[in-house]
Design a protein around this ligand. Structure first.
Ligand code: C5P
Length: 236
């Protein structure tokens, strides 16, 4: 079976403040989107990719991703929606529309990977795919939480302190048995910040594998500066 990845890249990037959609911001001459898709394909663990982009960026994405497409690797571009959940749903629809055979027969692993985590190392991608192939129906890459985390009420007063040892920060790519992810999205009425969250609600167990610090999400200008430094440690 094949492995497909949906890459949501249709966010506005307001918090980064670059004046353009975040996934189209360049890191040393290559957009985050192109880096994210190339990273998935060159890991050797991913066969096909669907990039989900703003409607007015489809042509740009097509041209930037064209060099990654070949006889063995399908690279599809489709348009996103208002929320990340909508964008992933559009990506899943494009993926399943693209093949003539029944969707579950084509892929045995589906990944969802934020374009904004474009420096994710290949080993982190492979760990997720391996865990799904090993029988986990949903897999998230995680890191320990270094800060103490408080739960607060609507007024900002602390209502609890969860045991830090039991907390994990969650990254992408998240990996799924196709039927489980598609069913979770079919059932989802509302919005979630991560795909495994939808699977949790359907009652399926979500496994964890070690993530990687380099899989951090580029959200703010500081994150962007860190990404440039990671790519070019000698630069001033
Ligand atoms: O905003 P945030 O960084 O959490 O978004 C995570 C990923 O989801 C980004 O790659 C972003 O482009 C994508 N996204 C999307 N459609 C939206 C909102 C976010 O594809 N409506």
């Amino acid at each position: 079976g094949r492995v497909a990845a949906v890459v949501p890249a249709a966010g506005s990037g307001v918090r980064l403040g670059a004046g353009l959609p975040k996934a189209f911001v360049e890191l040393h001459g290559r957009t985050m989107l192109e880096r994210a898709v190339a990273g998935l394909l060159t890991s050797g663990a991913v066969d096909d990719v669907v990039a989900v982009v703003p409607a007015d960026r489809v042509a740009q994405a097509e041209s930037e991703l064209a060099h990654l497409r070949d006889d063995d690797h399908l690279v599809v571009v489709t348009t996103g929606g208002a929320e990340r959940t909508d964008s992933v749903r559009n990506g899943l629809a494009a993926l399943t529309a693209h093949r003539r055979r029944p969707r579950a027969a084509v892929y045995d692993v589906l990944l969802v990977h934020d374009a904004a985590r474009c420096l994710t190392p290949p080993d982190a991608i492979r760990r997720v795919v391996t865990a799904v192939r090993g029988g986990a129906v949903a897999v998230v890459p995680v890191l320990p939480v270094v800060d103490t985390v408080k739960q607060v009420d609507a007024d900002g007063y602390v209502v609890g302190t969860p045991d830090r040892a039991a907390l994990r920060a969650v990254q992408t790519p998240q990996g799924f048995a196709p039927d489980v992810l598609l069913a979770a999205y079919d059932a989802a009425g509302d919005v979630t910040t991560d795909d495994a969250g939808l699977v949790e609600r359907t009652g399926d167990r979500v496994a964890t594998v070690p993530g990687d610090p380099l899989a951090f999400k580029i959200t703010t200008a500081d994150d962007h500066a860190r990404a440039l430094a990671e790519l070019d440690p000698g630069a001033p």
